[in-house]
Design a protein around this ligand. Sequence first.
Ligand code: HEC
Ligand code: HEC
Length: 354
Amino acid sequence: MALRVNIWQRSRLVLLFVLTIALLGLGFSPPAKAQAQGDLSLLGPALPTNFLGEDQSPNPTEINLGRELYYDKRLSKNQDISCNSCHQLNHYGVDNRPVSPGHKGQLGARNSPSVYNAAAHIAQFWDGRAADVEEQALGPILNPVEMAMPSQEAVLAVLNSIPEYVDAFKQAFPTESNPVTYANVGKAIGAFERGLVTPSPFDAYFAGDESALTSQQQRGLSLFVENGCVACHNGTYFGGNSYQKVGLVEPWPNQKDPGRYNVTEQAFDRMTFKVPSLRNVAETAPYFHDGSAKTLDEAVRRMAHYQLGKDLEPDQVEDIAAFLEALTGDLPADYIQPPTLPVSTAMTPEPDPT
Ligand code: HEC
Ligand code: HEC
């Protein structure tokens, strides 16, 4: 019951927020400078340099191990798929497909979100069913339509057959007597993911460099705020910090996936999803949990219509999309460099195409 009250309060708060902002937008246009400052108050704080929690201090070996595991196809049943197959680090952490092929080409039901900046979200997956990146990383390895490993033991058999991996686990987790565990696979991958940060022109603008955004992008930022996008896409990541109903004002056309309802089984969570972060969104088409919008313009138009009940003019859509391009960040080229993987031995299991 307490949960229900909170959720109602939260969605009422959002509606109030949208309404206030929409009213402020009506017939009221403050000078550019004041407007920009109002905008920024719902955004930020500044982007951190990594997403490590206060109690987290992975040693460099753990991060290197996480990078190797992230790129290692031997963690999949047919040894042909790694995390990087669907979340390509040199492609903004996505594969640009509506849904991704996994084991034997089977397609999943949802669009692959980016792994960049994901560690900072309130929870992982479109429906928030994993608490953090460490927990999340353990899902796809055993998911029959993704990497399809039959069991945790099968994953550990691969790792234990490769002496370089056994050594790396020992160095990464020096206080543990048996460090090659499934949980430590998640910890190492998570430690690596907590370094996937992408500082963008918007961050320079936020820090005071007004020239970091073009005038069109600054117009787009104002429209983004005035129209109420910022009610859901706010904070440092322009999202990633709440669950909201898709189709808040107009019913969303595709009602097949009930979203967070699968996790909570509460009626009011039907069609709610984690609000995606809009960082790097210009590079991560197609859009939405079902990959149903091919272009950024279409995604912006649909959001305005279904979430806010507004049909934007084409030039407004273009300005907002131009602003969203200012959230495209620099990829950490050295950090994501594919490592030379530890070599298999005669003990390493063979790929299983079945
Ligand atoms: C076959 C494609 C595929 C593979 C392989 C895969 N993922 Fe994913 N990943 C997805 C999809 C699809 C989702 C969204 C699923 C959902 O929300 O139900 C997702 C979600 C995530 C998220 C959540 C991001 C967010 O914004 O909520 C993270 C982090 C992630 N994957 C990391 C990984 C890691 C680490 C691996 C390797 C251990 C991996 N993925 C392997 C397709 C894949
Ligand atoms: C009431 C909350 C809410 C409002 C207001 C809102 N959004 Fe969204 N936005 C969401 C949710 C929830 C999703 C994920 C929906 C899904 O995938 O089913 C989303 C998804 C998106 C996406 C796709 C991101 C991706 O990675 O697939 C874009 C782009 C976007 N929103 C932009 C905007 C813009 C621009 C506005 C203002 C015109 C806006 N949103 C208003 C909640 C909101």
